[in-house]
Ligand binder design. Structure first.
Ligand code: PAZ
Length: 297
């Protein structure tokens, strides 16, 4: 049975978390970005992407890491921009970034195009990235730890609340379920001479609930569910839809996540299969659901 959380647990996590570095600058950039896109009447999506790390020491040498390459978030960002959305890309440092896959592909030894063609492809990717940033359509915010991720998500969500239904959350990041609370953490590197290590991990409160209820209750919210056991995936995705009161849950299995996803909504299930990739039809589908949500009085 999964544990349920009180809002007190959430407050406690934020109270004890180390303060965000550069919070003032991040807040200012966010406010400017959201205000401008709001004035222009653009829809805005916050895409979370990559894993999170849960440190074991305050001066961190070791940490627990959640698997995610950041590909889903980065590629989806490209398609949301193409669909006319402004995007806040909240990503794990060193995970994939929008347009980078096109550059990486140019370095593959079996690439069939000429060097000149590859240079043009790379230039095109850099150009698309540059334009999105300078035109104020893409804002990137990076994090490393679970503490930074949650604090940044709260900051972004509270600011995005003013967009009401025009705001969307696309929560593709693989967020830690377990962590060592800051106050229980050793200051310095844990010493192996003290013998085998036993760590007590606390459960990370489910922030989607708080996002939906308190931070940005009017926004359209899409969460993701990853499982490795296919027999429980759909049950868990349907549970998440109701438990967190989100508008859609994207269910995927680890080994087939780049071939197929199933979107669960209150209207039923929709299987989305790879075309050029999975993200293009997925973003198209969610954009339509978001439009209906906005138009529904
Ligand atoms: O980042 P990636 O492209 O390697 O993988 C994407 C994913 C599997 C992390 C994402 O689709 C997802 O399911 N995120 C939520 C994971 C979770 O259940 O916490």
């Amino acid at each position: 049975m999964e544990a349920d959380f009180q809002f007190g647990d959430v407050e406690e996590l934020f109270r004890s978390a180390p303060t965000l570095k550069d919070e003032f600058v991040i807040r200012e950039n966010l406010e400017k970005f959201i205000h401008r896109n709001c004035e222009l009447g653009r829809r805005l999506v916050c895409i979370t992407s990559g894993g999170t790390s849960a440190p074991l020491e305050r001066n961190c040498v070791r940490f627990l890491h959640n698997f995610s390459s950041g590909n889903r978030g980065a590629v989806s960002t490209e398609y949301f921009l193409q669909a006319g959305y402004a995007v806040i890309f909240l990503y794990k440092r060193n995970s994939s970034q929008p347009y980078c896959r096109r550059i990486v592909e140019c370095f593959k030894p079996d690439h069939s195009s000429s060097v000149q063609d590859r240079i043009e492809l790379m230039e095109c990717a850099v150009q698309s990235y540059h334009e999105s940033v300078v035109q104020g359509k893409l804002l990137e915010v990076s994090y490393e730890t679970i503490f930074q991720y949650l604090q940044l998500l709260r900051l972004i969500a509270r600011n995005m609340n003013c967009l009401e239904k025009n705001a969307m959350f696309y929560l593709a990041a693989a967020v830690a379920d377990f962590y060592v609370p800051w106050e229980a953490m050793d200051e310095h590197k844990i010493q192996s001479r003290e013998g085998p290590l036993t760590i007590q991990l606390a459960l990370v409160p489910k922030m989607i609930k708080v996002l939906r209820k308190q931070w940005a209750p009017s926004a359209f919210c899409v969460s993701f569910k990853l499982e490795t056991d296919s027999t429980i995936l759909m049950k868990k995705a349907k549970e998440a839809l109701h438990k967190y009161n989100v508008h859609a849950v994207v269910a995927n299995e680890l080994t087939t996540r780049n071939e197929k996803v199933i979107v669960v909504t209150n209207e039923g299930e929709k299987t989305i299969e790879k075309d050029l990739d999975v993200e293009m039809p997925l973003v198209q589908f969610l954009k339509e659901r978001h439009r209906e949500f906005i138009e529904c009085k």
